[in-house]
Design a protein around this ligand. Sequence first.
Ligand SMILES: *Cc1c(COP(=O)(O)O)cnc(C)c1O
Length: 384
Amino acid sequence: MRTAQRIAELPPYLFAEIDRKKEAKQAQGIDVISLGIGDPDTPTPDRIVDAMAEAIRNPSNHQYPSYYGAKRYREACAQWMDRRFGVKVDANDETLALIGSKEGIAHIFLAFVDPGDYTLVPGCGYPVYHTGGILSGGLTHWMPMTEENGFLADFESTPADVLARAKMMFLSYPNNPTSAIATPEYFDRAIEFAREHDLLIIHDNAYSEIGFDGYKPPSFLERPGAKDVAIELFSCSKAYNMTGWRVAFAAGNATAIKALGTVKSNIDSGVFTAVQDAAIEALLGPQEVDELSALYQRRRDLVIDALAKIGLRAQMPKGTIYVWARIPEGYTSADFATKVLEEANVIVAPGNSYGPSGEGYIRISLATPDDRLEEAIARIEATL
Ligand SMILES: *Cc1c(COP(=O)(O)O)cnc(C)c1O
């Protein structure tokens, strides 16, 4: 049996070695605390679980879902966009149900990227922006992201020969892993750039509902002309603690939505309609996003304080569920993550696993109960 070359081309999973060490420790009965994963620790709100319980008893939900999403779900998505951002999208032509935004990210390559085409990818970001290219025969151009430029991906430095063969650009603010936020001016420059070079922008807004100190993350589609060049991805995963439910949506440019829908209709058969009904409740029912943001903000403060005490410099996040911290001199990200695991029995994510601009940093997830977070920081402190 011979697997495809593209499988061999996927980068090694950087957590694999860490996972192996973790399992070995756990087998010895050692308590390992993971600050590695971005998966909310608090449950899905009851109102959404109740909506699901009701929806699953509706026999019409038991059949194949509509490929593009139930009309009522897409209308709810459009209504939420209007309510939340004042952004108008047409439910029918400008929204699309996704089986989680990861699914949309992976499949958009098949809609836009031919073998040899480039995608402009943030220097550190959600791994599928890169691996989706490998799986579709496309090429990645990493856009540099530095602390000095506020971790705003530098698309303007892209070489002309790359631009000549570029089709798409991913952006994502509030950002995973750096927790940086973007300015409206940056978004406007990106729109201008995409127009100039005939690119589709995919703005991944997975953390649109998690903002701190009164900051409410915007929609990319609020910017004038955005819909001419962009789609935006929204997910119930982080906003409503629904990572396991697999439900999200794309909104924006009708051509891109249609192309992505065409790919999907040949691969999957849509989101379980009962889950779409639960997601309608999530989007349009009473929102608990302020409480959720307050929970992460409290944990953020706890982690930032503790890191300052041990001399690790970190960005002060305005959103997301991560703290992005500079590692001490003399280590690589992987070395430092390994040291922390070996000596403190704590897992942190090495920054380079998100792309080349992530080297020199670690990502700490705030999706960890307070007492475990405190314990983990105390243990790291003891090793330094
Ligand atoms: C969590 C995350 C996703 C995946 O979200 P799903 O909707 O659960 O697939 C996508 N992008 C970013 C930046 C994320 O952090």
